[in-house]
Design a protein around this ligand. Structure first.
Ligand SMILES: Nc1ncnc2c1ncn2[C@@H]1O[C@H](COP(=O)(O)OP(=O)(O)OP(=O)(O)O)[C@@H](O)[C@H]1O
Ligand SMILES: [Mg+2]
Length: 268
C-alpha cells in the first residue's frame, strides 16, 4: 500500500524522503544562522557548536551549509562520531583523510597533522573537521580533542572544528576536563522546533519535491502534524507520509487530522 499512495496522489517520488538533493533542502531560519556561525568559526579557525533534538535537522543543515563552501577552497573532514576511544576517533579521521595505515597513537597524530599541514601549506586549502553525533563522544575524548587543533605551538588555527549533536553535548562540554576544547568555542547554534507556520511551509515544500504543487493537507492536519511532531522534522516526515497513506486508503485527495492521528499510532 505504501507505494500506491504515490500513484493515488500522482507523486513522482517517495514523499518526505531522507535522500534529499541540495536543491531540495529548505533554507530555514536555523540554516541561515548556522551558515553565519560556520563562516565566523572558519574565519577564526575555532570551534563551533550545533545542537538540537533528535530529528531536528542538524545533519541536513550541516550538509547544506558545507555544500556552500567552495570545494577548491575547503577540504571537509566529516566524521560521524562514536562512543569509542580517542584512538577510534583518530582512526575515523585517518580513514576520512584516505590515509591507508594507522599505527600507534603518536603515529596517527603525526600523520593527521602532516596531512593537514600539507593541505594548508602546499595545496593552499582550508580544512574543517565536522563531527556529527558529537554528543556520543566520551568525556576523555573531549579532554584530548583540542590537541589535534594545535599547530606551530598553537599559533596556527588550521583546523576549525564543528561539533553537532543533541543538547547533552553542552553538558559534556561543561565538565572541567572538557574546558580546553570548550574554551575554543566561538559560536553556538540550536535547531529550534518549527513553528506552526514554518511547519505548513515545510509540508508544502516536501509535497513540491514530489511534484505536487497544491496543498493536500487541511489546516487541522497541519496543526496535528505540528503538535504530534513537536515541530521536529523526522517525526513530521513520518506523520505526514503516514497520513498521506491513510488518506489514499480512504480515497480522499485531502489529508485531514484523523489521517494524521491514524498515522501517529504507527510511529514513535
Ligand atoms: N532543511 C530541510 N529541508 C527539508 N527537509 C529537511 C530539512 N532538514 C531536515 N529535513 C528532513 O528531516 C529529516 C531529519 O533531519 P536530520 O537527519 O538532519 O536530523 P538530525 O537532527 O540530524 O537527526 P539525528 O538527531 O537523528 O541525527 C531528514 O531526513 C529530512 O528528510
Ligand atoms: Mg543527524
Amino acid at each position: 500500500m505504501s507505494a500506491s499512495y504515490r500513484t493515488f496522489f500522482g507523486m513522482t517520488k517517495e514523499a518526505f524522503d531522507t535522500d534529499l538533493s541540495m536543491k531540495d533542502i529548505l533554507e530555514t531560519q536555523d540554516i541561515v544562522s548556522i551558515k553565519q556561525s560556520l563562516d565566523f568559526t572558519l574565519q577564526l579557525g575555532a570551534v563551533g557548536l550545533i545542537t538540537g533534538e533528535v530529528g531536528s535537522g542538524k545533519s541536513t543543515a550541516l550538509r547544506y551549509v558545507l555544500s556552500r563552501l567552495h570545494p577548491s577552497e575547503y577540504k571537509t573532514i566529516w566524521i560521524t562520531a562514536c562512543s569509542g576511544s580517542i584512538l577510534e576517533f583518530y582512526r575515523l579521521m585517518i580513514s576520512e583523510l584516505q590515509m591507508g595505515e594507522t599505527g600507534c597513537k603518536a603515529v596517527m597524530i603525526r600523520n593527521i597533522r602532516k596531512a593537514i599541514r600539507e593541505t594548508v601549506l602546499e595545496k593552499k586549502m582550508k580544512v574543517v573537521l565536522v563531527v556529527d553525533e558529537a554528543s556520543l563522544i566520551r568525556l576523555e575524548v573531549f579532554a584530548e580533542l583540542h590537541t589535534i587543533t594545535q599547530f606551530e605551538q598553537d599559533s596556527k588555527p588550521w583546523l576549525p572544528i564543528i561539533l553537532a549533536g543533541r543538547s547533552n553535548l553542552i553538558d559534556k562540554l561543561m565538565y572541567q576536563t572538557s574546558r580546553p576544547l570548550a574554551s575554543r568555542i566561538v559560536s553556538r547554534s540550536h535547531m529550534e522546533q518549527l513553528s506552526r507556520q514554518e511547519m505548513e511551509q515545510y509540508l508544502l515544500h516536501h509535497l513540491s519535491i514530489t511534484g505536487i504543487k497544491t496543498n493536500l493537507f487541511e489546516d487541522t492536519a497541519i496543526t496535528a502534524v505540528h503538535q504530534g511532531s513537536g515541530g521536529l522534522l523526522r517525526k513530521a516526515n513520518h506523520l505526514a507520509r503516514g497520513a498521506l497513506v491513510a488518506a489514499a486508503r480512504d480515497k480522499s485527495m485531502i489529508v485531514n487530522a484523523d489521517h494524521v492521528r491514524l498515522a501517529s499510532t504507527e510511529i514513535f
